[in-house]
Design a protein around this ligand. Sequence first.
Ligand SMILES: *Cc1c(COP(=O)(O)O)cnc(C)c1O
Length: 360
Amino acid sequence: MTIKVHPDIESLSPYVPGKPIDELQRELGLSKIVKLASNENPLGPSPKALAVLAESSATLHRYPDGGAFKLRTALADRWKVALDQVLLGNGSDEIIGMLARAFLAPGDEAVLADNTFVIYQMEVTAAHGKAVIVPLQDGRHNLAAMAKAVTPRTKLLFVCNPNNPTGTMVNATDVETLMAKVPDHVIVVFDEAYVDYACDPRFPDTLGYVKRKRNAIVLRTFSKIYGLAGLRIGYGLTTTEIANYLNRVRPPFNANSLAQRAALAALGDEEHVAKSRALNHAEMAFVREGLAAHGFQPYPSEANFLCFDVNRDGRAVFEALLREGVIVRHIHGSWIRVTIGLPEENRQFLQALQAVLGRQ
Ligand SMILES: *Cc1c(COP(=O)(O)O)cnc(C)c1O
């Protein structure tokens, strides 16, 4: 018997993750692989998180605290919001799914950029919503055009800031103009997975909109600067009303017990965050210079990665780099994204790139 599936689901393709290091190692028989494909923290997890993980495993036979009281309280204190404004996800990815499930009826619209985090479109389509796609302008969200794309059927509007994969930022003025135009039946989703890397003082205070009771949600994650991508934990800060609806579609125990404890410890490890930020800042300048030497001009980045046009088949460059033991991300066409790694990893990437370009 053939399975009948809704055309919206038929239209989706499975997410292709960055290739795991051990798989590539097996394929190529290489001893040293550099993975700069998934914007992970090259310094690893916070040592404080590792310390609590070691002592947490004895209680793994117990379900996690479904209300995640300790971690949510710490986040509420940190961001000066009420406890019921904090919502956890099995990665912030999961909260994107909850937003689509809670707020999109079939045919409802979600406005998003054409070159942004791929999960938005996937979740919107899976919830039978309609993705209304607005082109980036110079690698940046075109917030004026996004505001214009809002219709009476729009329920969600996604602003990925800094944007993945371009690394670009929209500033406080741009966001204020957007918020002045967006009507109240739209929830504005500010996905700030890379906020801790952003150095530009004009970065918007989007939590201020939540505090002023605008229909908005700020998404943050422990997967990037906190170095806990493997544990799957992220959070949303929003109004009590929106949190209440999201909690109705949230799977119970979606934040596992190890993740809750490690995240709490990592949140208190400001030293690790500062070290990670400083490393990224210094090394990004180095990688940018190395790329400039080949005539490549990445977008200005406020994140921990650079996105650039290689002016030739990007997939071929990506595959040739793989054979040199360096995993980057092929975005589309001639575009490549590379995560800023440790100094020796960045040097290895630039050497491999030089070798690859020399042959092409
Ligand atoms: C990495 C990333 C996330 C976070 O994903 P998790 O599910 O928390 O690991 C969210 N949004 C963007 C844009 C990202 O790049």
